[in-house]
Design a protein around this ligand. Structure first.
Ligand SMILES: Nc1nc2c(ncn2[C@@H]2O[C@H](COP(=O)(O)OP(=O)(O)OP(=O)(O)O)[C@@H](O)[C@H]2O)c(=O)[nH]1
Ligand SMILES: [Mg+2]
Length: 283
């Protein structure tokens, strides 16, 4: 599965290297930079690798770049998740995919259409809600997103729903007012339900590769991010950026998006992801 959608990244690496049992540091460096890994991570990896660089050594070296992560068990009800990210990163689609996943796991899900900013954003989430047969709390375009978040959480609490997913407007991380608005949404969620939002997920467009690191930092400084979803990995050769994004932010990648449909979300598995990156060096 992972190998299939990392095809472009694997092809990029494969094109850069001759087939061999071990790989030279120069070739490794060039191939990983082609796969959009940041220079910092390439250096950190090369510094640690024992020569000759074999498949296992490279595999463990790459895995070591990723921060350790133990997912906490979900005990809150409702468990409220706020989804943030810049314009077009794939937030609304990620919400549909997560909702679909939770529903298939047997959880009841409420959606909150907190993007009251972009025309047609509410309709877009409404269309997903209809398709997935899920309740949605929304307001008119131009309405107060915090009020939507408050109502969505309150409604889920009253109706004993398991999960709440709140959409937000795509925003430029440098836009001060929008940053304040995000902080307000977070505060207001907490008024509706203690501790909410329980998870703040940042959605990053995988086709942006490591250039998404700066925006991720800004979001993290604004509201504190708990985890990352990287979307659109089906159409990019920049899979190596995953290591830099996760390492530089010290945040886990939780899911990756591999298409536009509700099923196109997979849990990020560092081992199989790393295998897909390592295999082309030694095939
Ligand atoms: N190929 C591919 N396309 C995706 C993926 N995730 C989202 N998209 C597409 O990317 C576009 C933007 O997705 P949205 O979910 O609307 O993004 P958004 O962050 O909510 O955008 P705004 O609401 O405008 O900020 C849509 O055309 C999606 O179908 C993915 O994993 N793979
Ligand atoms: Mg959206």
């Amino acid at each position: 599965m992972i190998a299939k959608f990392l095809r472009k990244t694997a092809e990029t690496i494969r094109a850069a290297i001759p087939k061999t049992r071990s790989v030279s540091p120069e070739i490794l460096e060039e191939a990983l930079i082609c796969a959009d890994m940041d220079y910092d991570e390439v250096e950190a990896l090369l510094d640690r690798l024992v020569h000759p660089i074999t498949r296992d050594r490279l595999r463990f070296g790459l895995l070591e770049l990723l921060p350790a992560f133990e997912p906490a068990p979900i005990t809150q009800k409702p468990f409220v998740e706020l989804i943030v990210g810049v314009n077009g990163a794939g937030k609304t689609t990620a919400i549909a995919k997560l909702a679909n996943r939770y529903k298939n796991e047997g959880f009841s899900v409420t959606l909150g259409a907190g993007d009251t900013f972009r025309a047609a954003a509410i309709e877009q989430l409404q269309a997903w809600a209809d398709k997935l047969a899920l309740p949605i709390v929304s307001a008119k375009t131009g309405g107060d997103p915090s009020a939507v978040a408050f109502d969505a959480v309150s409604s889920a609490l009253a109706k004993k729903r398991d999960r709440v997913l709140i959409d937000t407007a795509g925003r430029l991380h440098t836009h001060k007012n929008l940053a304040e608005e995000l902080k307000k949404i977070v505060r207001v969620c907490g008024k509706a339900c203690d501790g909410a939002p329980h998870r703040k997920l940042l959605v990053l467009d995988g086709t942006q590769g490591r250039s998404a690191i700066n925006q991720a930092r800004e979001f993290n400084e604004t509201i504190g991010i708990d985890g990352i979803i990287v979307t659109k990995l089906d159409g990019t050769a920049k899979g190596g950026a995953i290591y830099s994004i996760s390492r530089q932010l010290q945040k886990p990648i939780l899911y990756i998006g591999i298409g536009e449909k509700e099923d196109d979300l997979v849990e990020f598995d560092a081992y199989s992801f790393t295998d897909s990156l390592v295999d082309p060096f030694f095939e």
